[in-house]
Write a protein that binds this ligand. Sequence first.
Ligand code: NAG
Ligand code: NAG
Ligand code: NAG
Ligand code: NAG
Ligand code: NAG
Ligand code: NAG
Length: 457
Amino acid sequence: MVPSVFTSLAYLTLAGFARAATVTYNFNATWVWASPDGVGRPVIGINGEWPCPTIKATTGDIVVVNLYNGLGNQTTGLHFHGVNQIMTSDMDGPSGVTQCPLPPGSSMKYQFVVDSPGTFWYHSHNMGQYPDGLRGPMIVSDPNDPYKGQYDEEYVLTVSDWYHNDSITLMKSMLSPSNTNFLPAFPDSILVNEGKGARVNFVKGKTYRIRMINFSAFASALIHFDSHTMSVISNDAAYIQKQEAYQLRLTPAQRYDVLISCIDRDNGNFPFLISLDINRDWTDPNAQLRWGLNYTGYLVMDSSPLTKLDVVDKWNPADDAHFKPYNNAPAYPSYDHLIHLDFEFCFDQNGYPRACFNNVTYIEQKVPTLYSAATTGQFNTKPHHLRPTGRATGPAATSTTQQPADARHVAVMAHSYAVLRFKADNPGVWLFHCHIEWHVEMGLTATIIEAPDRLRG
Ligand SMILES: *[C@@H]1O[C@H](CO)[C@@H](O)[C@H](O)[C@H]1NC(C)=O
Ligand SMILES: *[C@@H]1O[C@H](CO)[C@@H](O)[C@H](O)[C@H]1NC(C)=O
Ligand SMILES: *[C@@H]1O[C@H](CO)[C@@H](O)[C@H](O)[C@H]1NC(C)=O
Ligand SMILES: *[C@@H]1O[C@H](CO)[C@@H](O)[C@H](O)[C@H]1NC(C)=O
Ligand SMILES: *[C@@H]1O[C@H](CO)[C@@H](O)[C@H](O)[C@H]1NC(C)=O
Ligand SMILES: *[C@@H]1O[C@H](CO)[C@@H](O)[C@H](O)[C@H]1NC(C)=O
């Protein structure tokens, strides 16, 4: 049904990466009982375990994930967040966009090339399932890492808001006509490394690369290390020029890679603070943290008790709009198409609270949009609903940045805006959406069909 060009992995493998290996994972998604914060609940695990495993590969590898839906009572699917999926749009994973939801008792094979290195994650893009636990890190290591030799060990640090009710319960309550203030679900707690905590063995003379991933459905995470600065080297899997930061703010789904060094004068154990924040405008000096969920992790040098707390008087995180791309790539000088998207809350004709782009809410498609684009011949250039041509990835920045670093997420403050530019160089069907999962479920999504003429079957 989908043009075979999408599965011609051989092309990429031959074209770019002589040493490509195939990395295979067999995933059986099932319900697992877990209590990461002391409160038990069913979560979606893989192969009978939760947290879900980390996918590890090297740039140029072919990743194969054989997914079996062992949930019994829900459909599922996997999205590999941040992977370019060049010529493999049908492997991108969002239900109703590039595939049908995978029914219970069925399996499917995801197969794609990881053409660029960095810190990624995979998660379900179906029925709000990632706050129910179906998510995990995906690390693509880089033989040509420009920062190679500048760190000795690496750690993954995942941060997430956490809910004691399952997503379906939370969504039902959120999408009810009585929710006239469009309130999303409020988290019950914060999870760091899915409840396993964060202890970094900190040894004098060593430098650590910490790959931070935000798994949250709603809250942002602020992070600060006692007595240590972070050298930020990568934002959303794009290298940047090394930039010192005292505090960082991870918006949902964002990733930062930072280096932290244990130097000569260091002695004892150093706390670090991760604080969840649902404040929509952190540049507002009068805004307080809107949520007080804190987690303290430790850089551990000795066996003394881990009691010291890291206290932050005022959060003033580094602004990622000022990070510079590693290769000094200039901003795109101009554009061919201007896509204007206003987002706001809206009610549908039945009075249900929704979220809208240009006054249109997203309705999940029964036939995945990619299949429609591939099978409707010349009619596929007729707009379905929202149909800008271009992909929502690549350089992103606020309008004031002259030389934007690559990014895949941009935080947009309330009553504010962001200007994004991207190069339309990857034919396929892509979702452009808010990564506050609750807003996605309210409909804050647009479909971008890039180069529809090249998708015809
Ligand atoms: C998946 O796990 C369930 C529960 O353990 C088991 O019954 C089922 O046979 C497994 N399926 C596959 C394909 O591994
Ligand atoms: C599916 O089963 C899980 C685990 O028993 C349960 O928590 C969840 O509510 C069920 N979902 C539906 C849609 O029935
Ligand atoms: C979630 O769980 C709590 C405690 O069990 C309950 O009070 C609340 O009403 C539930 N529903 C929603 C939508 O939060
Ligand atoms: C994590 O990502 C979610 C969206 O997926 C966002 O709402 C949240 O603010 C982020 N949290 C952190 C800790 O960065
Ligand atoms: C979380 O940490 C911040 C910054 O140190 C502090 O102001 C706040 O009181 C803490 N919140 C809680 C609930 O402990
Ligand atoms: C949005 O749609 C509603 C309902 O169709 C309509 O009443 C309203 O005028 C529209 N607003 C804009 C800004 O187009």
